[in-house]
Design a protein around this ligand. Structure first.
Ligand SMILES: *[C@@H]1O[C@H](CO)[C@@H](O)[C@H](O)[C@H]1NC(C)=O
Ligand SMILES: *[C@@H]1O[C@H](CO)[C@@H](O)[C@H](O)[C@H]1NC(C)=O
Ligand SMILES: *[C@@H]1O[C@H](CO)[C@@H](O)[C@H](O)[C@H]1NC(C)=O
Length: 307
């Protein structure tokens, strides 16, 4: 009898604890969803996932399900990109190395292309996909933003404007001047997502340093007065050693997200990205990784334990 009572009360306590945990989890999750969909007056959170959700291209606010097409820098590539299963098309813009010096789709060291930005945009306006324009130099930015302005009413999908504007871990390239870039872009890109990154480097068989406190604080100082949503492109292989820095950075604003990318030859263990997947809302981290890496990542037992 005594034993039964003891067991019964243990079950009661267990049931109570379960109810409390479940209630807490549910309210915690719904409060996080509310807070990430509200924003300070005049500033905007990222509408990219809402756009694709409304199109039926995504099932929920899971940024890991957004698919990317890379370097759509030729007529053939952009034609293919417009027809495949990707939602976002990424391409590089620079000024042609010969006359006429106009914005073209090319990645350095190339300095010419079979397609100009003007013609590229003319193809994209017929589609419902989003675009991410990657600027490797300041000189192409002004004219490109003017071209973008002309087709803005016809573009249906999200527009992301990308540049590396600060020196980052192992970065050897010179970043674009942050103030000059933002002055040229911010006024013209009111509804766009700004994708603002650090220059980086990665070497095999050595301890590569991660993103330092100074680097994320510098970025926050540059971004805090912007009204646009900002995504920070971050290099996957340097992320395990930078968790607390990006935890802090994402806490600074609802407008901030991460876009995790990888160098083609970086050695990457996708299990090391689970911390990010599990500790932040799944609406706040985009994954621009190789197809086999994404497949492996999504098959990890911990992948679905996301917020
Ligand atoms: C453009 O690239 C070609 C081929 O690499 C090179 O010969 C040429 O000098 C470059 N032009 C400019 C202006 O950099
Ligand atoms: C951001 O705005 C605050 C208040 O208006 C101002 O003091 C500060 O200098 C601005 N920062 C930047 C980087 O423009
Ligand atoms: C992140 O989440 C995982 C699993 O939920 C947990 O084990 C880990 O301690 C968390 N890390 C931090 C730094 O919060």
């Amino acid at each position: 009898m005594r034993l039964n009572k003891l067991c019964l009360s243990r079950y009661c306590v267990l049931a109570l604890v379960t109810v409390v945990i479940v209630t807490w989890t549910i309210s915690f999750r719904s409060s996080e969803e509310t807070s990430s969909s509200t924003a300070a007056a005049g500033s905007m959170t990222d509408q990219t996932l809402d756009y694709f959700l409304n199109k039926g291209a995504l099932k929920d606010h899971n940024a890991a399900d957004v698919q990317w097409y890379h370097a759509a820098n030729s007529k053939d590539k952009i034609t293919e990109a417009l027809q495949d299963s990707s939602q976002m098309i990424e391409a590089d813009v620079l000024l042609r190395g010969r006359d006429p010096r106009e914005p073209i789709m090319a990645h350095p060291p190339d300095n010419d292309s079979d397609i100009t930005l003007r013609d590229w945009l003319a193809m994209v306006v017929n589609s419902e996909k989003g675009i991410k324009l990657d600027f490797k130099s300041l000189e192409a930015v002004g004219e490109s933003m003017a071209l973008l302005d002309k087709v803005r009413d016809q573009l249906k999908g999200p527009v992301w404007i990308n540049a590396d504007i600060l020196p980052g871990p192992g970065g050897m390239a010179t970043p674009l001047d942050a103030q000059a870039f933002l002055q040229t872009v911010a006024m013209k890109a009111e509804g766009d997502v700004l994708s603002l990154g650090w220059t980086t480097g990665w070497s095999p068989n050595t301890d590569n340093p991660g993103y330092s406190w100074e680097m994320v604080q510098q970025m926050e100082a540059v971004c805090k007065n912007l009204t646009q949503p900002v995504t920070f492109p971050v290099r996957a292989a340097l992320l395990p050693q930078s968790f607390v820095q990006f935890q802090w950075l994402l806490q600074q604003s609802d407008r901030y997200t991460l876009t995790i990318w990888t160098g083609q030859s970086d050695v990457l263990n996708v299990e090391n990205l689970l911390h990010y997947r599990q500790n932040f809302s799944k609406s706040r981290i985009y994954y621009d990784l190789l197809e086999n890496q994404m497949t492996k990542f999504k098959s990890l037992p911990g992948y679905t334990m996301s917020q």
